[in-house]
Design a protein around this ligand. Structure first.
Ligand SMILES: Nc1ncnc2c1ncn2[C@@H]1O[C@H](COP(=O)(O)OP(=O)(O)OP(=O)(O)O)[C@@H](O)[C@H]1O
Length: 689
């Protein structure tokens, strides 16, 4: 056993090293700060980003040390630092290959590691050292850090787990799969944390991702706020975060669809309906076309303009671009028809133009006789007949003039109209009740329409609008890598929207099929991904729950088993020492027993928000979040939802310490095994009462 003196001496030595590391960090920051003054804006921006990166790694700059069998040492931290002017590493970035054994070395597979030290700091001060020896022959010098040491106090926002990343998680973080990596695991297994660390790892190993951009998609703004500090804490500032709805900031979501309607809108067939509705408008209507231009009427038979339409739609272009091709073809047809109308001319030797010739461009014998009688002497290059008055340049000018003519454009618009995504979606899905009418959707502002109950867009409309925009030809911003969290909730249409933003199909997809609550959501990853990436996707699984204590997990496991017989929920890593409780109650009394978070069905949310100081969320809104103390209200109503058991399972697994349940009627059978609390709960006590 190390003596107190040994420990103190080690603390002093590590403090010296850590102080030197901060000294180097400060020097680099100074250099970056002066770089920010550069007159070259690009260089200044680069230095600014570098300064932000160096500032973000202040807390816990160095958190580990590897002692190798060859006697060398490697310090591990949030950023790589090198001795000034030399290649010698002072601190290894946790993402560097040489740092990996810090996460993966075990007694059985030591990777040359003799000992692993975890260094805890507060500010710049080293406060604790935890040593783990991987050499069975060496004497122990410190405490072994086990899984139970992973649960630090929660701060209300997700922190990074770079100091305690577990081997099964580290394998996923460093997985080199180039396509879609699906991280599937039960609640609390660290899927979100792992996906964000993987993103930081990819940005480190593939720096070009920083310029191509990375996107993190989460289920709600609350969730994005909750995870918002993780990547900056790992020194990565450039990720864009968004919900599916925020990918279309131009659309305001103002209504909620009934579950059945949302499910229909989420099906992949919606894409076919949209495409059919759009292309059905391309050159489909009408018979012969008559255009009035410069006092001349030109008529094109249906067979003639259909040729132009088929040419335009057969080029694989989006609708609006194809429309331009169609218009160009049409005005060319019209211009040539107009040019044909103008009389042909013959040029005399002196260059004078005189009428002559037939419509087929040849001089008849009669023409020649008449011209000779008139004393016209043809030049040598007039032998093959008369010329048209208009040459190719004139025809091109005529095309431009036709395109600028309001009447002509009106006719062309009737044949191939300009469309908006809103108009298309309103037309196709209006009967489902999301929008009152196409006219309102396209033309009118919401002002004055508030009385109209049918007006507005729902979250399920966003992927439809995006699909329509894509078919019409609008392009969306794309990213080099995309992380999709709570991916089980995305409908087939939402997946199409995501895939459009990631042409390289390099993605980390995070989810749990047992937590799906959206009826349009996923029941199989294969079904969801194969249409987009065929077999370029891989599944990685996490099995240990770091959040939910075993007592709560045992209760949540009953709900899980009722919905997914034969499957296993994740193993909990620790016990809380408190079992969950339930009691019968009423809505009015919930305020007295509110915990840190109340999870309730949507129908009770407004009343609870009025009456309780605690935060109130629906199961859907609570997705991905965690709270020390959770109170679930009216579970029977939660179970009424189409995938109600999954919702209840999600709600129960948000708690990191305490869980209470208030049911209004008889207890649902899935919760019958939970300890019943009969005595009156004292006012102001949380679910731990
Ligand atoms: N290796 C680890 N070390 C420390 N804490 C960890 C570790 N892995 C996960 N955690 C913690 O466990 C909690 C759950 O992690 P996370 O939210 O990533 O899980 P999840 O699988 O996404 O959960 P859910 O599916 O319920 O949303 C977080 O507080 C996270 O910081």
């Amino acid at each position: 056993m190390p003596t107190e003196n040994d420990v103190d001496r080690e603390l002093v030595l590590e403090q010296e090293y850590v102080t030197a590391l901060y000294g180097r960090l400060d020097a680099l920051r100074e250099q970056a700060a002066s770089g920010c003054e550069s007159e070259d804006p690009e260089a200044a921006a680069r230095w600014k980003a570098e300064l932000a990166r160096l500032e973000a790694v202040e807390d816990g700059l160095c958190f580990g040390r590897l002692e190798m069998h060859d006697g060398s040492r490697r310090y591990i931290g949030r950023a790589g630092l090198f001795r000034d002017g030399a290649d010698e590493p002072l601190l290894l970035d946790w993402r560097a290959p040489a740092a990996q054994p810090f996460y993966t070395a075990t007694m059985a597979e030591a990777h040359g590691v003799r000992g692993r030290r975890r260094i805890t700091t507060r500010g710049r001060v080293v406060t604790a050292l935890d040593d783990e020896l991987l050499d069975p022959d060496a004497a122990g010098t410190g405490a072994l850090v086990g899984e139970a040491a992973l649960m630090a106090d929660r701060t209300g926002r997700m922190g990074d787990i770079v100091t305690t990343l577990q081997a099964e998680q580290d394998r996923i973080v460093r997985d080199g799969h180039a396509g879609v990596l699906v991280v599937q695991g039960g609640p609390g297994t660290g899927k979100t944390a792992v996906a964000l660390h993987r993103l930081a790892y990819l940005m480190y190993t593939r720096p070009r991702l920083r310029t191509r951009g990375v996107l993190v998609i989460g289920p709600s703004d609350v969730f994005l706020d909750y995870i918002g500090q993780v990547l900056p804490g790992l020194g990565e500032h450039s990720a864009v975060t968004a919900t599916i709805a925020r990918l279309r900031p131009d659309v305001e979501v103002s209504r909620v669809d009934p579950a059945g309607v949302a499910e229909v809108k989420g099906r992949a067939e919606a894409a076919d309906r949209i495409a059919a509705a759009v292309w059905g408008r391309a050159g489909a209507s009408g018979e012969a076309v008559e255009v009035e231009f410069e006092h001349q009427a030109v008529r094109l038979e249906r067979s003639e303009w259909r040729g132009a339409a088929e040419f335009a739609s057969g080029r694989g272009l989006p609708y609006q671009q194809a429309r331009l091709v169609f218009q160009q073809r049409m005005v060319e047809l019209l211009a040539r028809r107009l040019a044909d109308r103008l009389e042909n001319v013959v040029f005399t030797e002196s260059g004078e133009a005189i009428d002559g010739g037939s419509a087929d461009g040849r001089l008849s014998a009669a023409d020649l006789r008449a011209l000779a009688a008139a004393g016209v002497v043809l030049g040598p290059d007039q032998d093959d007949g008369p010329r048209r008055l208009l040459d190719e340049v004139d025809v091109a000018d005529l095309c431009k003039a036709l395109l600028a003519d309001v009447a002509v454009c009106g006719v062309l618009d009737d044949l191939w109209p300009a469309l908006t995504a809103e108009e298309v979606v309103a037309e196709v899905f209006g009967e489902l009740g999301n929008v009152q009418s196409a006219d309102e959707a396209i033309g009118e502002t919401r002002a004055g329409n508030d009385e109209a109950p049918g007006w507005g867009w729902s979250a399920a409309d966003i992927p439809l609008l995006d699909e329509a925009s894509a078919v019409l030809g609008a392009s969306a911003r794309t990213f080099g890598h995309v992380v999709v969290d709570e991916a089980q909730e995305l409908s087939a249409m939402a997946w199409r929207m995501v895939m459009r933003r990631c042409p390289a199909k390099s993605m980390t997809v995070v989810g749990d099929l047992a937590q799906t609550s959206d009826p349009a959501g996923a029941t199989s990853w294969e079904q969801v991904l194969a249409p987009h990436v065929a077999d370029r996707w891989r599944l990685a699984e996490l099995s240990v729950n770091y959040r939910t204590p075993s007592e709560i997990m045992a209760a949540a496991g009953e709900v899980f088993a009722a919905q997914h017989p034969g499957l296993q929920p994740p193993r909990s890593v620790r016990a809380a020492g408190e079992s969950p409780w339930r009691r019968q109650g009423t809505l009015a009394k919930v305020g007295a027993i509110a915990g840190e978070l109340i999870i309730a069905p949507a129908c009770h949310v407004a009343a609870l928000r009025e009456g309780c100081a605690a935060r109130v969320l629906t199961p859907g809104e609570a997705k991905g979040l965690e709270f020390d103390s959770v109170l679930i209200v009216d579970p029977a109503r939660i179970l009424d939802a189409p995938l109600g058991r999954n919702d209840l399972y999600v709600a129960m697994t948000r708690a990191t310490r305490r869980l209470g349940i208030v049911h209004f009627g008889p207890v649902p059978e899935e919760l019958a095994g939970i300890r019943e609390l009969r005595r009156r709960v004292p006012s102001g006590r949380g679910p731990g009462a």
